[in-house]
Design a protein around this ligand. Structure first.
Ligand SMILES: Nc1ncnc2c1ncn2[C@@H]1O[C@H](COP(=O)(O)OP(=O)(O)OP(=O)(O)O)[C@@H](O)[C@H]1O
Length: 313
């Protein structure tokens, strides 16, 4: 399918192909997550392409974070298969514990609420992220830690890798400061650098633009595009800021009340009447007045802030 066709074609809600035709890195297959009687994620299927940015959007309570929690092993899905296909190996994430998902399947994550070690220095936060690789290099022995074998070399490499990421997020000058003393936007960038230090093949970012000003949002866009292009990894992004979503995503999946309601390129999704209805809270049969559609179009296109953002529903 050409990109022009992908931009206009309506896709089945169970479609698991990547609109650009890229190789799927992650395939979510009939995922359901129930909490007692509440179905937070309801039979959701999609695929996220390798070296692409896939955004998961939807109104508050749509099930986006629950989906991330299933992918990263915080929750065991009630039903469904989550396949990560990387370097010729398949990992079935729904069967793995959270630490194995990060160590063996190399899925990295940042959180809605920043979770750095505030009393550790910026550099130490990046070294902690490489702890597993360093322990492997030590052979898990005291002799290893004393420098016999490959530990010293691995430690030097870990410092170099941390420094590289400090440069990318413009925090070299703050390396020795406590992470908790950084301004909010810098803490967000440090979280991304920390996740990248663990060398993920898939990076899941939960609202990375939350609380950022327009200049910081633009810098975030540049950073995420750099990560995708230079490091050729897949990024999965939950985000309410449409200026971020529409500008950098290759593919957008829309959830509402736990169900997938739309899936396609940014151009397709922002013109999809189902998505417009979901953001307005309208029923399927309701006619949407053209002036309302015209009002919402810049919000979905990311050129105007969402007036209902943060209000819940
Ligand atoms: N551990 C839990 N126990 C019970 N219900 C939960 C749990 N986690 C999430 N939910 C419910 O599942 C639904 C989906 O929540 P979720 O946080 O995944 O939505 P979201 O799309 O990420 O929302 P937001 O954009 O506000 O972060 C909500 O009704 C929420 O209250």
């Amino acid at each position: 399918m050409s990109l022009a066709e992908a931009e206009t074609q309506s896709r089945d809600v169970h479609d698991k192909t990547v609109p650009s035709g890229a190789r799927p890195l992650l395939t979510v297959d009939h995922l359901t997550m129930r909490f007692g009687g509440l179905v937070a994620v309801n039979d959701v299927s999609f695929a996220a392409g390798d070296a692409e940015i896939t955004a998961i959007i939807g109104p508050n309570g749509a099930g986006k974070t629950t989906l991330f929690n299933c992918l990263t092993g915080f929750y065991k899905p009630t039903v469904g298969r989550l396949t990560l296909d990387s370097s010729g190996r398949q990992h079935f994430l729904e069967r793995m514990d959270d630490f194995r998902i990060s160590q063996k399947a190399h899925v990295g994550r940042t959180f809605q609420n920043i979770r750095l070690f505030p009393a550790m220095s910026v550099l130490e936060n990046l070294m902690v992220a490489q702890h597993n690789a360093l322990m492997r290099a030590s052979g898990y022995s005291v002799l290893g830690l004393l420098g016999i074998g490959g530990y010293r070399k691995a430690e030097r490499e870990a410092v170099d890798w941390a420094r590289y990421w400090l440069e990318q997020v413009d925090l070299v000058d703050r390396a020795d400061d406590n992470a908790g003393d950084l301004p909010y936007g810098a803490q967000r960038r440090l979280e991304i650098a920390r996740a990248m230090c663990s060398r993920p093949v898939l990076l899941c970012l939960d609202e990375p633009a939350a609380g950022l000003n327009p200049r910081e949002s633009a810098e975030l866009n540049a950073l995420l595009l750099y990560i995708k292009e230079k490091h050729q990894i897949g990024l999965l992004l939950i985000e309410h800021d449409m200026s971020v979503v529409m500008e950098i995503s290759d593919h957008i999946v829309v959830l509402d009340y736990g169900r997938k309601i739309s899936d396609g390129t940014p151009a397709f999704v922002r013109g999809d009447p189902t998505v417009i209805r979901a953001y307005l809270g309208e029923e399927e049969d309701d006619e949407i007045p053209p002036e309302v559609v015209a009002d919402l179009a810049p919000v979905l296109a990311g050129t105007k802030p969402d007036p209902s953002d943060g209000e819940g529903r």
